[in-house]
Design a protein around this ligand. Structure first.
Ligand code: ATP
Ligand code: MG
Length: 410
């Protein structure tokens, strides 16, 4: 048997790993400026944390979850997304006493999808959740935070912010009614899947990737026409805030989020540079979720981004700082070399200290590691407490006292 990785999973190393790390680093630094704190929840939860009501018809719940029975007979699911776990923790840890709560997370998510470029079965998300703020101020800040983060990655020209409002419950029900009656008129044209969705989760049809559905959706009623006054005002306030901060956006009346508990603002940053996998960051307001999961009547809003998709987009240089090479000539200098490398690392340098081979081989290694300088130790010089310091870019070299090495390197 040949041992190999599971379809849709990848090993991350080298540049790709450094890029992914950088994305998470920049995101963390940005959201910490907004007062968000990191939380780490388990990678698996009881299945009902994700699949709460039997009526849940989202793709994630119906066909993408990795669920299994553990040895104790419990139904367990590898988390497909971050929000449900954070909300579960918010409730079970009693965080409701101290609102608002601002949390961020980063880690692997698991979805049984058809693997392709930018679509994996294990992928990494970075996400934020802001719990306990009902006003549009939260929506504006959370979107501003996403925009600043993408800007810090150098991607503000590569992405477009699309935004829509699903309104409050009254507006959503009004829209749903209009939508269902429209879709029923075109029932025959819908995909089999969408025919099934028509009763349970018609909004989801707006989000369908099937060509036949897209044609029907083209002329579907517009969400904006179903929003009541309160919902319209809420949305206006959000857009005014974005204008004030000069954050560009495009109102997209077709934008929805799959799950039932979304309300008011939904948004997505998309790009045309990743083929079909255009969504890099998506989020929205989920005021109904906390209550649905057994918590209080607490508002929530958040977003999550795909770390791998963002890594593929960014062309930031993620190479490490150039090291210093420590080169030994002869066995007698071995101990001093060990001490010298240790001293240089403690002084903050990256040090390449080849473990074997003759001088020529060691110099070649230094070259390959892109070292900017070599510290060459020979026994005769060392008798005078001296080493040779060589600038590997110019080839210049000179003898320096070992005690002055750090000073000379700087
Ligand atoms: P898509 O429409 O591409 O399936 P989604 O709506 O399922 O995305 P969300 O659940 O909103 O995605 O997740 C937020 C982000 O996580 C997405 O915008 C995307 O960047 C990333 N993402 C989602 N699924 C995958 C996956 N299978 N592989 C890699 N990244 C993913
Ligand atoms: Mg998906």
């Amino acid at each position: 048997m040949k041992i190999q990785n599971v379809r849709g999973t990848y090993d991350l190393y080298g540049d790709a790993k450094r890029k992914a790390k950088k994305v998470v680093e920049i995101a963390s630094q940005m959201v910490e400026k907004y007062g968000f704190e990191e939380i780490e929840t388990p990678i698996f939860e009881f299945t009902e944390v994700f699949a709460r009501n039997l009526g849940d018809t989202s793709d994630i719940v119906t066909k993408e979850m990795y669920s299994f029975e553990d040895r104790g007979g419990e139904s367990i699911t590898l988390r497909p997304e971050g929000t449900a776990g954070v909300v579960r923790s918010f409730i079970s840890e009693g965080m409701q006493q101290n609102l608002p709560v601002k949390l961020y997370y980063a880690g692997p998510m698991f979805r049984y999808e058809r693997p392709q470029k930018g679509r994996q079965r294990q992928f990494t998300q970075f996400g934020v959740e802001l719990l306990g703020v009902q006003t549009p101020q939260a929506d504006i800040e959370v979107i501003a935070m996403a925009y600043s983060f993408l800007k810090a990655l150098g991607l503000e020209e590569s992405v477009v912010l699309e935004i829509n409002s699903l309104g409050d419950e009254e507006s959503r029900n009004a829209y749903r009614e209009k939508l269902v009656s429209y879709l029923k008129q075109h029932y025959d044209l819908l995909s089999i899947e969408s025919k099934q969705r028509l009763e349970k989760n018609p909004l989801r049809i707006l989000d369908s990737k099937e060509e036949c559905d897209k044609i029907v959706v083209e002329n579907a009623p517009l969400y904006a026409d179903s929003l009541n006054e309160a919902s319209k005002n809420f949305f206006e306030e959000v857009l005014t805030g974005l204008d004030l901060l000069k954050i560009p956006y495009r109102v997209n009346n077709r934008l929805v989020r799959g799950l039932d508990y979304y309300a008011h603002t939904v948004f997505e940053f998309t790009t045309d540079k990743l083929g079909a996998q255009g969504a890099v960051l998506a989020g929205g307001r989920y005021d109904g979720l906390i209550k649905e999961m057994g918590g209080g009547d607490v508002a929530g809003i958040g977003w999550a981004c795909g770390v791998e998709r963002l890594s593929m987009l960014m062309d930031t240089d993620v190479s490490l700082s150039r090291p210093v090479a420590v080169i030994e000539i002869g066995d007698e200098v071995h101990q001093t070399a060990l001490q010298t490398a240790y001293m240089l690392r403690n002084a903050g340098y990256r040090v390449e200290h080849a473990y074997g081979g003759n001088v020529k081989k060691r110099m070649a290694k230094a070259d390959k590691a892109n070292a900017f300088a070599a510290v060459i130790l020979g026994s005769q010089e060392l008798a005078e407490k001296k080493v040779t310091l060589k600038n590997l870019d110019t080839g210049e070299q000179k003898q320096v006292l070992l005690a002055d090495l750090i000073k000379e390197l700087a």
